[in-house]
Design a protein around this ligand. Structure first.
Ligand SMILES: [Zn+2]
Length: 177
C-alpha cells in the first residue's frame, strides 16, 4: 500500500508524457490503483484498508484535500475515524467549484452511513477555509456535527509537511464550525 501511494504521488509530479508512459507501464503490470468507492482515497484493493477496517470509528469522517493528507494524519497514529478525500479544494479563481470535487459522494455518505461528525481538515489557506466553510454550511443542516482543525501552524502552512505533534494537537483541539 505504501509503495502504491508513493508511485501515485510520483506520477502527479511528472510531465504529462512521462506520466502517460508510466501509467501504461503500471497498467501492464496489472497494478490497479483506483479511488476507493467509499472514501475516494487511492487504493489497490476494492475498498481501501481504512474503510474496510471494522475497528475504525465509522461515525467520524475526516475531510481532506488529497491522499497525501490521509497519509500525514495516519502517521500521527492518533486518529481512529475514517476519511473523505475531496481531490482538490474549491477555488473560484481557478474555476474549481464543488462539482469538480467529491462533494456529491460526501453528501451521499451522510445520507447512507451513520456519520455523526465531519472534521474539516483542509489546509488553513484561502481555498482550504473556503472549502471548509462551504461544506459546513452544506452538511450541518443534514444533522452532522462539523468541526475544524485548530491549527498550531501559521496560515499558509501545509498539512502534508506538518510534524506529527503539531498535527495531533490540531486534531485534538479542533473546534465547532
Ligand atoms: Zn476508503
Amino acid at each position: 500500500m505504501k509503495t502504491a501511494q508513493r508511485l501515485a504521488y510520483a506520477v502527479m509530479e511528472m510531465p504529462k508524457e512521462d506520466a502517460e508512459e508510466f501509467a501504461a507501464a503500471i497498467l501492464n503490470a496489472k497494478t490497479q490503483i483506483h479511488d476507493c468507492p467509499i472514501c475516494q482515497n487511492l487504493t489497490e484493493q476494492e475498498v481501501c484498508a481504512i474503510c474496510a477496517n471494522p475497528k475504525r470509528d465509522h461515525t467520524t469522517v475526516c475531510v481532506v484535500e488529497g491522499p497525501k493528507d490521509v497519509a500525514a494524519i495516519e502517521r500521527t497514529h492518533e486518529y481512529h475515524g475514517v476519511y473523505h478525500v475531496l481531490h482538490g479544494l474549491i477555488s473560484p479563481l481557478d474555476g474549481i467549484t464543488a462539482e469538480h470535487l467529491r462533494v456529491a459522494h460526501l453528501l451521499e455518505r451522510i445520507q447512507n452511513e451513520d456519520i455523526e461528525e465531519l472534521i474539516m481538515a483542509t489546509n488553513p489557506s484561502v481555498e482550504g477555509e473556503a472549502t471548509a466553510m462551504y461544506l459546513s454550511r452544506l452538511c450541518k443542516p443534514l444533522g452532522v456535527r462539523v468541526t475544524r482543525l485548530a491549527f498550531g501552524m501559521p496560515v499558509g502552512g501545509v498539512i502534508e509537511y506538518t510534524d506529527e505533534v503539531t498535527l495531533f494537537r490540531a486534531l485534538s483541539n479542533r473546534s465547532e464550525m
